[in-house]
Each structure stands twice: as structure tokens, then as C-alpha cells.
Design a protein around this ligand. Sequence first.
Ligand SMILES: *Cc1c(COP(=O)(O)O)cnc(C)c1O
Length: 369
Amino acid sequence: MPAQPVPTRVAEHCSQLSRDDKRWLHYALRTGLSGTSPIVADFEATVGRHYEIDHVIAVSSGAAAVTVALCAIAAPRSSEIVVSPTCPICTVLPMLERGLVPVFCDVRKDSFGLCPETLERLISPQTRAIFEVPMWGYPIPLDDTRRIANRHGVPLVLDLAHAHQTQLRGRYLAAYADIACFSTHEGKYISTGEGGFVTTASATLASRARAYTRYGDMDGTSVGINLKLGGLQAALGVARFPLLNEQREKRLENRATLLKRLDNAQLRELPVAQGGVPSGYALLLQTIGHDGRNLVRYQVQGGVPSDIAKYDNRPLYEYELLAPYRRECPNSAALLRSLTTVPIHHEIDAATLSWISAVLNNYQPGAQD
Ligand SMILES: *Cc1c(COP(=O)(O)O)cnc(C)c1O
């Protein structure tokens, strides 16, 4: 028998095809493709059952989900939204687009969750929302943020584009939000090509969110545009949502295998928030005592893609557009500088996992320069 070839690279993303894609696409073709057709309602019901949440509004992208959340909480122009500078610029651009002011709040040490003392200090009479954005599927502590949000009567919005399936104390993170935003873009945990949805337990927020996606219900009493998800995308969502639990198991198995084999004193996994379970969107590794960009460069050259390369390991206020909102956030800067992501999706096989662990174990800071 010929020897198995040794892998030399790994795909960053997996195919998300489902055996049921065609069946549901055909169903959509027969029953209607618009954002108000039955397949979209089916998709919303599927998501609602999965997350055990009353209201789901399917929208055309993750950016649409953030926009709809901002409209549902009725944040007027020039009001403030507290958010960490560790999130992707995609979360903050819809705020700028609506004339809102992002107020950058530092995170806790070695966590993507907001630092409660800093958050408390940054809340002002102009604050209309607190955004938490857990990255790469890692849970964050939410009790302090929830308590502060309640005390000040400010809604807590979670952008869960990275955190489908992430749990805290046995519940999906969406349960901790007043309103939660998701993306189903091709590169995310579940793909409908382009797409997204918002979830909420509040009937009031749900009806405002839904109205905004369809021209304010066209009754001329409120502003809205068209941000509905189309029927073909919804069909893919219906076909693919049932695969999520099984894929999560496989992703978490891959994470466990890599962590068991990881034998390099320069690296560790980002600490997981107490009571939380990551979704396995990616493995987050943290360099100890040196610049993580060394590791990012090393692994990318070695054929193991890092999603963080896209984000350039820097806080958002370093970008030109966001420089006017600069507030120094030392924990955020240090966290981003220390991290890399490693793919652990469900299509990675045992041979590839062994190879990835060998690549990581051979890493020495400085050696590749
Ligand atoms: C990808 C992403 C978005 C934007 O989603 P799109 O579907 O690409 O518009 C928003 N927020 C976060 C945290 C994301 O990762």
C-alpha cells in the first residue's frame, strides 16, 4: 500500500453543503423566493427552535442584522454605543452609517468580554446600547455586563456572527442578550451565501426590527428599508441548520485533539470563560510573552491559515476612519497582539490534525525571521 501523503496545507473554511440543499431549494422554487415567502418563515422557525428563542427575523447580511438591532433599540443620531475595539470593523461601520458614536471600552485581560469597571465609567446619559462581540466562538463572561446594562436601563446587544452555538452555563449566548445579531455569510459557522438574522425575546423589539426590514411595514409611520433575506438563502438555512450540532461535536473533538498534542511552552489556548463552552469556530492560541504576529506569519507560511491575519491584530481605533473615537485600550491591544486562530472545522481529518500539531510544536519565536 502506498504511504499516505503528508498534508502540506489546510483549508481555512469547510464546504457547508447539505444533502438536503437541493430538496429545499426546489421547495423554495415552487413556493416563492421573496423575503415574505413561506420558506423564510420556515427558516425563522428553525432558528427559533434551535436557539429556544421566541422571535427570529431573517435578514440579508450580518451588517443588516447590526443595523436592524440598532433601529429596534431606537438609538437616535449622535447617541453613544459602547463596544470593544477588538471586534471586526463590520460591527462598527453600521453604527457610523447611522450617525452613532462608538465609545471604545477595553476588555478584561485575556478575554473578549468588556471590562466591567471601565464599562461602568463609560456609560453616559447618551449611551443607547452596550455591544458585546465574542470572537471566534469563545464564550465571554456576561453577568457583570448584564447587571450594568439593567442598572442603567441600557439594552445589551450581542453580535454573535462569530459565536453561533457558543454556550454559557448550558444556554446559547443569544439568551443573555436583549437582541442578538448573526451572520450566515459563506465564511461563518453556517452559510447561506449571504445572510443573517436577529433574535430577541421581546415582542416589541421584534416588531420594530421586522418593520425596519420591510419599509416600516409601508404604513408611513416609521422609517425602514428592505433588508429581508431571500427565499433561496433561507432554503439553504433550513437544509443546513440541522447539521450544526453534529458539526459542533466534530469541531470540539478536533480542538481537544490539537490541545492534547500541543507541546510548546510558547503557546496556550485563550482561557475559556468560566461556565462557557466554545463553538469550535476556530482554535484560539495565545503566545506567551512575545508578539503573536510572529506565530501568525510562521503558521501562514507553513500552510495553516490564520483568520486573525485579516484583522491585522490591532484595535479598531488604529484605523483611519475610527481614529476620531480613539480611547486607549491596553488589554485589547495586548490581547490582539498575542493571538492566532487555527482551523478546526469538521472536514479536517486525523492526518491533517497531526500535521497541524507538528507545525505548531515546531514554532519558536524569532526562528522564522
Ligand atoms: C462577519 C461579521 C459581521 C458582518 O457580517 P456580513 O454577513 O459579512 O455582513 C458582523 N459582525 C461580526 C462580528 C462579523 O464577524
